[in-house]
Design a protein around this ligand. Structure first.
Ligand code: SAM
Length: 282
């Protein structure tokens, strides 16, 4: 199909496993654009060939993204369309792309995002967690100490938490999630849209043993979705008091200590909440 393209950056999601998940619009845009900026031009070659895409390829990966962004801005400014793709899924989601998009905005040029495959959203749709919010974290630090520190900071978070993880780290990450977050429900979404797709929802504390029981369960690509922190009566009262004390101008530490003493809520969680409130994150 021939489509009308404008001078813009088209952000185009590609499949995360199943080639049939490329949308018709994505296929049309990729077949029609004169330029395709790709995270890895060799990796994307077969897909583009299959689509009959003849646009000139331009590498845009994490090591050259700023320079690529400038070149893309120049091309669009000169009146041509550029499609941006990453190796899999949506560009800019734990993938390069944000710098290119930011450069377009800075130059006052249009960005056209196409809806499409994203592992995080696909996993979330299978989680069935009732919290209306989710927090997409992407990859955690690879070192356990740093990972646990990040997770400790997320302990009071009520939104469901979404992580990406590689197979060689899945066991240690799940162990750290259980140690830092306590009693939660975990969705393990593995190999989404592929032959060995598996979706398992289980108590977080049982996940390490479940994964360890069969090495096949540790293979492939993973999205982990963890249910958000539950709000107990003490915690709810603690938050109410904390907000009052912060509004009176108390510092985070003092407000958390007093709110914990008055309500019976956990001081550490209240302190973390106070910091988030002060940073405008809640
Ligand atoms: N931009 C991509 C997106 O929109 O989802 C993510 C790219 S990131 C470099 C790759 C990570 O995404 C993998 O390590 C894995 O955690 C997750 N992922 C990608 N494809 C997946 C799939 N088919 N099943 C499960 N997780 C997947």
């Amino acid at each position: 199909m021939t489509i009308e393209l404008k001078a813009a950056l088209y952000v185009v999601p590609t499949p995360i496993g199943n080639l049939a998940d490329l949308t018709r619009r994505a296929a049309d845009v990729l077949a029609a654009v004169p330029w395709i900026a790709a995270e890895d031009t060799r990796h994307s070659g077969p897909l583009l060939k299959q689509l009959g895409a003849t646009g000139r390829l331009l590498p845009a990966h994490q090591h050259n993204e700023q320079a690529a962004a400038q070149r893309i801005v120049d091309i669009v400014r000169a009146g041509e369309a550029v499609a941006l793709i990453s190796d899999a899924g949506t560009p800019g989601i734990s993938d390069p792309g944000a710098r290119v998009v930011a450069a377009m905005h800075a130059a006052g040029l249009p960005v056209v995002p196409l809806p499409g495959a994203c592992a995080a959203v696909t996993a979330l749709s299978a989680a069935g967690f009732l919290a209306e919010q989710f927090l997409f974290h992407g990859f955690l630090p690879s070192k356990s100490g740093q990972r646990r520190q990040v997770l400790a900071g997320l302990r009071g978070q009520r939104a469901a938490l979404v992580f990406y993880e590689a197979p060689h780290r899945i066991l240690e990450t799940v162990a750290d999630l259980a140690a830092e977050l306590g009693e939660r429900t975990l969705l393990v979404a593995r190999e989404l849209s592929k032959l060995y797709e598996s979706i398992v929802r289980l108590p977080l504390q049982e996940a390490h043993a479940w994964l360890s029981a069969d090495s096949n369960r540790q293979r492939g690509e993973f999205v982990l979705v963890v249910s958000g922190a539950e709000v107990t009566a003490d915690a709810a009262e603690g938050e109410r008091v904390l907000r009052l004390l912060l509004a009176e101008g108390l510092g985070s530490k003092q407000a958390a200590r007093l709110a914990a003493g008055i309500s019976g809520g956990a001081q550490k969680n209240l302190y973390e909440l106070a910091v988030r409130l002060k940073n405008g994150e809640e």
